[in-house]
Design a protein around this ligand. Sequence first.
Ligand code: 5GP
Length: 295
Amino acid sequence: MPKLPPPKLSPEERARASAAGVIARRERSLIKEQISQGSISIFEAVNDPRESIQRMRVVELLTAVPGIGLKRATLLMERISISPSRRIAGLGDKQLQALRRELSVNKSELNAGALLVMSGPGGVGKSTITSLLRDHPSFWISISATTRAPRENERHGHDYFFLDDQKFDSMIQGNEFLEWAEFAGARYGTPREPVQQWRNLGKHVLLEIEIAGARQVRAADPQALLVFIAPPSWEELVARLTSRGTDSAERRAARLALAQEEMAASVEFDHILINSQVEEVAAQLLSLATAHRVE
Ligand code: 5GP
């Protein structure tokens, strides 16, 4: 194909492009400085959604790490098949995983993601908080397995893995759950492997699970961060729980009794966040996860 001449820019367009270039360069040099000072890991930089960072070459990022010069960075990339011109945005999950493995000798510079467990009474708004964090580049939201039937709008592999009893049993047998519990006549469990994989890639992993499961996670991993979401007041929770007109009186009473039991467990958690405003709770979860260094 014949090579096209570069587009002609008007003086204003040229000025805008050069201003954007200056900002992008400044953002890139700032992030490299943070990596070299050890205040962020290269995996945190990889999760930075800004275009200026995503367009950075991997080699530039690696050479910002103390102790990694151009020679070592080139060798390292060769060994894990990352082409010398590869940009951050073009890194695949497998390459990131390999990079983390390669750099694990240098553990002090790399941070595994935190494991966050979020529980709270039904109706408190956990799923809205989760959906806010779903698109955040620092988080991965665990997808549970369950034996309950899918609700309308729920998709297999997105909201849950909907399994039959036999498959759920075989996953228990195979020790494939980090935790599992029974709730309202169905079984729910967190598949173990993806949690570890995503944490190794530097993502904070969020589990939205009920209280018996949260206790199991605490026992399995004492470094997990347990966060309880509480309503602004008991009255408000009662109002939310009883507003569903379709429930019978017994069903409403059962929901309230369960909520009371769940509220009583809040003292076992590391943090209690009051859900007055979902955006605020999501931001608090992010700062808790970021501040939580995993040894
Ligand atoms: P739902 O059926 O309304 O989606 O969820 C019912 C309850 O099960 C909620 O409290 C939810 O947090 C909890 N849950 C969802 N997934 C899991 C899981 O993997 N493990 C445990 N222990 N609870 C879960």
